[in-house]
Design a protein. Structure first.
Length: 220
């Protein structure tokens, strides 16, 4: 059986409900190739500066960054890593050009079961979020159902009453010809604590040694 990405395995027959461009984005990438995209985040981070000291514990691990930026250029490199099963891991490296310098965000998604994936963020893996996977109006929508944190030997599942809700949506804009992405993180009582909104161009290309270099290229 051909290797599948965790997203196409989770969606099953619903994969065909995705826009063709998103179908290419969320299906498995052949060995020797990467998914490569460049774009701009219209907004990235959080303007709530009182949260920044709390976020810095996760910043150097490539999970979340203490900043608020507009018109931040970024690049993304996606791969499908074989696992020995019928669904591989979907790994992504994003390099965002922020006022304080380039920042690298890393995550790896794996299949849990039909309609559900787990995304592990950071180097080393620091945050794990279990997501429901849905197709909405030709786009992909992820909504978190539980979140866990690992810091050193400490492993904590965030209680449901305290856990933030993470929502990620990806869709294709026919007018601009670009893929659009939006992530929001909302905490109980506090409300919106983090997020980003942006657009990018994307294609499957042969892998090159410089795809993961620290500094992003200018977006096209």
């Amino acid at each position: 059986m051909p290797l599948r990405s965790p997203y196409e395995a989770a969606l099953g027959e619903r994969l065909h409900e995705l826009h063709p461009t998103l179908r290419r984005y969320f299906t498995a990438i052949p060995e020797g190739y990467v998914g490569f995209g460049e774009g701009v985040f219209a907004e990235f981070g959080t303007p709530r500066r009182w949260l920044w000291p709390l976020l810095r514990a996760f910043e150097t691990r490539g999970v979340i960054v203490a900043t608020h930026a507009r018109s931040a250029r970024f690049r993304i490199v996606n791969r499908t890593e074989p696992t020995g099963g019928h669904a591989g891991h979907a790994t992504a490296v994003r390099v965002i050009e922020l006022p304080g310098g380039a920042w690298r965000m890393v995550d790896s998604a794996a299949l849990v079961r039909d309609g559900v994936v787990v995304d592990r963020l950071g180097t080393p893996r620091t945050v794990a979020a279990v997501f429901d996977v849905e197709v909405r109006d030709g786009g992909l929508a992820l909504t978190s159902r539980k979140i866990g944190i690992a810091l050193g030997r400490l492993r904590v599942r965030v209680p449901s009453l305290l856990a933030p809700t993470v929502r990620l949506s990806e869709h294709y804009d026919e007018v601009s010809g670009l893929q659009r992405v939006e992530l929001t993180i909302d905490a109980p009582i506090i409300g919106r604590v983090y997020g980003y909104l942006g657009h990018f161009s994307y294609g499957i290309v042969r892998e090159k040694p410089d795809h993961d270099r620290p500094e992003p290229k200018a977006a096209s």
